[in-house]
Design a protein around this ligand. Structure first.
Ligand code: PRX
Length: 639
C-alpha cells in the first residue's frame, strides 16, 4: 500500500507536524487521498468543540473494509493478514491471507444480512481471541452495522448494561474462551445477561471450547450453521455498504469518573485515516514485517492496532488467544521466536509481570527478529523500560511509549520508533495533527517548558471521539466542558525542558489497573450493593505488577462481620457485577470516611493512607470529623 505520508527522518517529522498545525485540512487531505473512497469529501473539516461537533471528510463515502481488505487483493492477496496463535502451544497456528480474510468477512457479512442485520443496527460481540473475532468486526463494518465489542473478562451484568445502552439487536459470542489454564463459559454469561435485554433478537454462537451450551430455539444459531448456507463465490461479489465518512463505525464502552461506562463512538472516515497513519509511522512498519499486538480486541488497542489501522496498512498482524505466562513465563518469547516477530506492542503490566520471572524464561529464545518495541496503556516505570530495552530489545530496538485513549482512537503522543528520540517514562512528542496543551486547574494554558498540569488537546484530529452513544451531553460534559474550546484527556502531564511529554496518570476518579480503565464509582457501586455494606470509597495505590491496585474502604452495618471471609464475599460481588478485573486488592473495614462538611469524601487523604503515608496528610481541619482519619490509619491493611 502507498505510504506517501511516511515519516522517514526527524526532519520529515518536524515538517509534518508543522504543516499539520499550519494547514490541518491540507495535511489530512493529502493523507486521506491515499485511501480508497467511493466518493471524495466536499470539505475536510468542520468543528466546534463547545457542542461538541466534529466532522472530518464531509460527504466522503467509503467502506473501511474495502480499505482493510479489497484494496490489497490484487497485489497482496496472498500476503498474510492475520497470524493466529492458539492458547494451547500444541495447537497449530493459522496464517490467514488477505484473500482468505476477505472471503471470510464477505461470507459472514452475508450471513448477518440474511439474518436481517442492517446498516446502523447495533451488534454486541463477546468472544475470545479467535480468528472469527476480527471477522465478526469486519463483517459488521462491511454491512454498516455498528459493533460494540465487550471484553471477555466482563461479567453478565456488565454485558447486560452495554447491550441495553446500545439497544443491540444482535449478539455474537462463543461457547467459551480459553485463557491460560482456564476455560471461560462465555455463552452462559451471555444467557444470564440477556434475561434483562429484550432488544436482542438473535445470538450467533461460534464453537471454540466445546463447552456444553444452551441454545434457545428461534434466538440462538451456530456460527457454522449460518455460514453453511452461504455461497462463497457469490458472497465475495456482493458490494460493501456505502458509508458516509461520519457514519458510526463502532461503539466501545469505557469507564469514566461516574458509575456508568460511556459508549465512545468512532466514525468511519477519520478513524480509518488516523489509525493507519499512526500505525505506519509510530512503529515504522515495513511491508512484510510481523506485528504482534498483545492487546485483547475487547479494548481500543485491539480495535485499532490489530484490526483497523493494521489491516488498512496491509500489515501482517499476530493475534494471540492466551496469556503471556501460560503454560510458562516464556510463552511470549516462544511466540516471538516461532513467528519471527519484528514489532512487539505490549503493556507495561505485561513487561513487569514477565520481568518478575527473571531472565531464565528467555534462555534459548531467539529474539533477534525484533526491530521495534512498543508500550501502551499506562505510564511505564524506568525499571521495566530498561528491562524491556536490555533483555528483549537487546539494546538495539527503539522503544516507543505510546500515549492515547479509547476516546482518541489512535496514538497521540509517542516517539516515532528510531526517528524521534525516546526517553524512559516519557511518551515524548505529539504526532502530526496533535496539539497538546497543559492547563492548570483554572484552565490557564501553561506555556513554555518545565511545566505540569492537566493535559488537553486544542484542535481536532481525525479519530477524535464524536459522541457518547445515546447521550451527547455526557460527551460534552466529560471531555469538552472542563476547559473552554479544548478536549480534556483526564490525564496529568509534565513537559520537560526539551518539550517532551511525560504522562503522570489520571487526575480524575479513574484507576488504571493492569492497563484496564476502571472507574472508582463503578467499583464503589458494586461494593455498596453487597449485603450489609453502608458505604465505601475506592482509591488506587502503587502496585508492583498492576501499576495500580484497588484499595477499598468499606463501612458495614452493625450486623455484618468484618472477617476475611466477608472480604472475599465482597470481592465475589464485585467480580459478579463488573468482572474479575475490578476486584479490590485490599479491603479495609472502617467506621467512617473522611468527609468535608458538605459531605464530599476527601479522597486525597484516603489515597495517601493507601500509599502508606500516615503523617503528611495535608490539611484535615476542614473535615467534619478529623478523628476518623486516626481510626483509618490505625486499621490500615498492608497490601
Ligand atoms: O491514563 C492514560 C493511560 O490510559 C488511559 C486510557 O485508557 P484506555 O482508554 O483504556 O486506553 C488504553 C490504551 C490506549 C489514559 O488516559 N495511558 C495510556 N497509554 C499511556 C497511558 N499513560 C501513560 N503512558 C502511556 N503510554
Amino acid at each position: 500500500m502507498t505510504s506517501s505520508f511516511r515519516i522517514n527522518n526527524y526532519d520529515d517529522y518536524r515538517k509534518a507536524w508543522q504543516k499539520s498545525v499550519a494547514d490541518p485540512e491540507g495535511f489530512w487531505e493529502s493523507v486521506a487521498d491515499t485511501f480508497t473512497w467511493r466518493k471524495k469529501w466536499d470539505k475536510v473539516l468542520e468543528w466546534d468543540f463547545r457542542k461538541p461537533d466534529v466532522k472530518w471528510f464531509i460527504n466522503g463515502k467509503l467502506n473501511i473494509t474495502e480499505n482493510c481488505l479489497d484494496r490489497h487483493l490484487s497485489a497482496n492477496g496472498d500476503t498474510t493478514a492475520i497470524i493466529w496463535e492458539s492458547n494451547d502451544p500444541a495447537e497449530p497456528s493459522q496464517h490467514i491471507s488477505y484473500a482468505l480474510l476477505h472471503q471470510q468477512v464477505c461470507c459472514f457479512a452475508q450471513a448477518l444480512r440474511g439474518m436481517g442485520v442492517k446498516k446502523g443496527d447495533r451488534v454486541c460481540i463477546y468472544m475470545g481471541m479467535i480468528p472469527q473475532l476480527p471477522v465478526a468486526l469486519l463483517a459488521c463494518a462491511r454491512i454498516g452495522a455498528i459493533h460494540s465489542v465487550i471484553f471477555g473478562g466482563f461479567s453478565a451484568r456488565s454485558i447486560a448494561d452495554r447491550v441495553q445502552d446500545a439497544q443491540a439487536g444482535y449478539v455474537i459470542t462463543c461457547d467459551g474462551a480459553f485463557r491460560g489454564a482456564k476455560d471461560i463459559a462465555l455463552k452462559s454469561l451471555v444467557d444470564e445477561a440477556l434475561v434483562t435485554c429484550p432488544s436482542v433478537k438473535k445470538v450467533i454462537v461460534c464453537k471454540r471450547t466445546h463447552t456444553p451450551v444452551s441454545m434457545i430455539g428461534g434466538r440462538d444459531v451456530w456460527w457454522d450453521d449460518l455460514l453453511s448456507e452461504i455461497n462463497k463465490d457469490e458472497a465475495v461479489k456482493v458490494p460493501a455498504e456505502e458509508m458516509d465518512a461520519e457514519d458510526p463505525l463502532f461503539i466501545l464502552y469505557t469507564s469514566g469518573s461516574t458509575g456508568k461506562p460511556k459508549g465512545v463512538v468512532h466514525t468511519c472516515g477519520g478513524y480509518m485515516v488516523y489509525t493507519t497513519y499512526s500505525f505506519v509511522n509510530v512503529f515504522q512498519y515495513n511491508p512484510g514485517d510481523i506485528f504482534f499486538c498483545t492487546a485483547d480486541i475487547g479494548w481500543i488497542t485491539g480495535h485499532t492496532y490489530i484490526v483497523y489501522g493494521t489491516l488498512c496498512a496491509g500489515a501482517s498482524v499476530l493475534m494471540f488467544e492466551g496469556i503471556p505466562t501460560w503454560p510458562d513465563a516464556g510463552r511470549m518469547w516462544d511466540i516471538v521466536d516461532k513467528h519471527k516477530v519484528n514489532v512487539l506492542y505490549t503493556a507495561p503490566t505485561a513487561i513487569r509481570s514477565l520481568m518478575a520471572y527473571g531472565t531464565a524464561p528467555l534462555q534459548g529464545k531467539d529474539l533477534s527478529s525484533l526491530k521495534v518495541l512498543g508500550t501502551v496503556g499506562e505510564p511505564i516505570n524506568e525499571e521495566a523500560w530498561h528491562w524491556y530495552d536490555e533483555h528483549i530489545g537487546m539494546g538495539r530496538c527503539p522503544i516507543t511509549d505510546t500515549w492515547w485513549q479509547t476516546e482518541t482512537g489512535g496514538i497521540m503522543i509517542a516517539n516515532i520508533a528510531g526517528i524521534t528520540p525516546s526517553q524512559p517514562g516519557y511518551a515524548t512528542l505529539p504526532l502530526p495533527g496533535v496539539q497538546p496543551v497543559i492547563v492548570d486547574e483554572k484552565g490557564t494554558v501553561q506555556e513554555g517548558n518545565e511545566v505540569s498540569g492537566n493535559l488537553c488537546i486544542r484542535f481536532p484530529w481525525p479519530s477524535i471521539i464524536r459522541t457518547t452513544y445515546g447521550d451527547h451531553e455526557r460527551c460534552r460534559s466529560a471531555y469538552f466542558a472542563a476547559y473552554d474550546n479544548m478536549y480534556f484527556t483526564g490525564d496529568g502531564c509534565y513537559r520537560d525542558e526539551k518539550g517532551f511529554y511525560r504522562i503522570t496518570g489520571r487526575v480524575d476518579d479513574v484507576l488504571n489497573v493492569s492497563g484496564h480503565r476502571i472507574g472508582t464509582a463503578e467499583v464503589e457501586n458494586a461494593i455498596n450493593s453487597h449485603t450489609g455494606v453502608l458505604e465505601s470509597a475506592v482509591v488506587g495505590y502503587p502496585h508492583d505488577i498492576k501499576g495500580q491496585g484497588i484499595y477499598a474502604y468499606v463501612i458495614v452495618d452493625a450486623h455484618t462481620d468484618t472477617s476475611d471471609e466477608n472480604c472475599k464475599n465482597i470481592n465475589a460481588t464485585v467480580a459478579g457485577i463488573i468482572g474479575p478485573i475490578a476486584r479490590p486488592d485490599v479491603i479495609q473495614f472502617v467506621k467512617g470516611l473522611p468527609k468535608t462538611r458538605s459531605g464530599k469524601i476527601m479522597r486525597r487523604i484516603l489515597r495517601k493512607i493507601a500509599e502508606g503515608e500516615t503523617k503528611n496528610l495535608g490539611d484535615t481541619t476542614t473535615l467534619l470529623d478529623p478523628l476518623v482519619v486516626d481510626d483509618i490509619i490505625s486499621g490500615r491493611q498492608l497490601p
